[in-house]
Design a protein around this ligand. Structure first.
Ligand code: ADP
Length: 433
């Protein structure tokens, strides 16, 4: 794939002093089931979705500065009126205009503002805004939350801090299984009607940097769940009995969660090593920790269907076998080192996400000569994490050059990216294959 195929379509819409960047708007079209939309609204609680009925924004009413207004509009009202009430001239909506498309990779599509009506209603503790126009909806959210913008929205959330399954490259089967888990969590009523139990324990094993942690984070975002990440130091304690207590505390908190939560045990093997470990004090401690973990996980899964436990490990054979066998990890998935096609897919997604986030009509981050299959072919043994690092270095080199000289640096070209990638391999541990 060359540069132009990589470049997402960016629409820039300006309205009443607000700027909304819509990335790959054509991919945002609804497909029936509600799908999340990535965004970088600074107000983190805002959830944007699209379904067959149009675009929706939902967030907690408590954080909204004009709660009385929401009540006035309970049941739905025209968005033009809403914005007028907020002190905006009604004409603002009429003058919403598309001011540009980031360079000519795709034909300029006029912004979708033919019907800019925004309706608002209260739904329990939430405020829900709906509109057939994504730009009008985002402008309304910006008004209500006081976001200065510009705000970028896109199908994958490379633009936002919340990574999505669509951002994960080269692992289509695993992503498909994770999507199923997410669907089962979004439809608890259907699951209950059929007496179906959804997977609540997932073990991901594979070499470092292949995307295991990313998958867990993406799953949480896909479900709209909170992510509680537990690292080794939070558990292991040199004092006898304290590690067990730490595990009990973490699981006790998880049992109380009333909203969906992904409990992520990163580098699980260092927390729960194999029972065959030495029978010295350290070995015994690890055995005790594994025992408690098993017990707590059983109790949690029976007590609280809102929690999914995801454990990641680079060393699956170090994880206590009885724990893995215990039936509590319904999904045990191996995340392999990416092959050439998977590498091309990962690179494409990383580059597209950077373009979506940083390119503007006046600024180009990547040149058109990027040849992704050639880069993928030259990077045997590298992982997604390596690609991310090489891109970070290439970005930094450009920024430093521009900062030092004061002259705009040209976009990152194929040769430069290849050099950053191969330089990484020379500097890093030997390639694996
Ligand atoms: P692991 O947990 O397997 O060690 P991470 O999930 O921490 O790996 O990967 C680090 C970063 O590398 C991720 O945040 C992501 O930016 C990038 N990355 C790794 N694998 C992939 C992938 N398959 N697709 C897209 N990005 C990836």
């Amino acid at each position: 794939m060359t540069g132009s195929g990589l470049r997402p379509a960016v629409e820039v819409v300006e309205a009443g002093g607000h700027v909304v960047r819509i990335v790959d708007g054509h991919l945002l079209a609804a497909e029936g089931d509600a799908r999340p939309i990535g965004h970088d609204l600074p107000h983190r609680g805002v959830e944007l979705t699209v379904d067959a009925g149009g675009y929706r924004a939902r967030w907690s009413r408590d954080t909204f500065s004009l709660p009385a207004l929401a009540r006035v509009f309970a049941g739905g009202a025209a968005g033009g009126a809403l914005l007028r009430l907020l002190g905006l001239p009604g004409a603002v909506l009429g003058t919403l205009i598309a001011v540009g498309v980031a360079r000519g990779a795709r034909p300029a599509c006029p912004a979708d503002l033919a019907d800019p009506a925004v309706t608002v209603r209260e739904d329990g503790p939430d405020l829900v805004l709906s509109s057939p126009s994504l730009a009008a909806l985002v402008v309304a959210v910006m008004e209500l939350t006081g976001a200065p913008g510009p705000v970028t929205v896109s199908p994958a959330s490379g633009v936002a801090e919340g990574v999505r399954l669509a951002d994960v490259g080269g692992l289509p089967d695993i992503v498909a299984q994770f999507r199923d888990v997410a669907v089962s969590f979004r439809h608890p009523d259907v699951m209950a009607r059929w007496g179906a139990t959804r997977p609540q324990g997932i073990l991901l094993s594979g070499p470092p940097g292949t995307g295991k942690t990313m998958l867990a984070q993406a799953l949480a975002n896909e479900i709209g769940a909170g992510l509680r990440e537990i690292r080794t130091p939070e558990i292991l304690d040199k004092w006898v009995g304290n590690s067990e207590k730490n595990i009990q505390r973490i699981f006790a908190e998880a049992r109380e969660q009333r909203s969906p939560t992904v409990l992520l045990f990163d580098e699980f093997d260092s927390i729960i090593s194999y029972t065959g470990a030495a029978l010295d004090a350290a070995g015994q401690m690890i055995n005790a920790v594994a025992g408690i973990f098993k017990q707590e996980m059983n109790t949690l899964i029976e007590a609280n269907p809102n929690v999914i436990v995801v454990a990641t490990t680079n060393f699956p054979d170090r994880v206590d076998a009885s724990l893995v066998r215990s039936g509590r990890f319904d999904l045990k998935l191996t995340v392999p080192l990416p092959g050439p096609q998977a590498r091309a897919d990962i690179l494409t997604r990383l580059v597209r996400a950077l373009i979506a986030r940083h390119e503007t009509p006046g600024f180009r981050m990547f040149a058109d000569d990027l040849d992704i299959p050639a880069l993928a072919a030259a990077t045997t043994g590298l992982t997604g994490a390596d690609f991310k690092e090489a891109l970070r270095r290439a970005q930094l080199a450009k920024a430093m050059r521009e900062a030092r000289t004061g002259a705009p640096a040209p976009p990152i070209g194929h040769a430069e990216l290849l050099e950053a990638l191969t330089g990484l391999r020379l500097a890093g541990p030997p390639a694996l294959g």
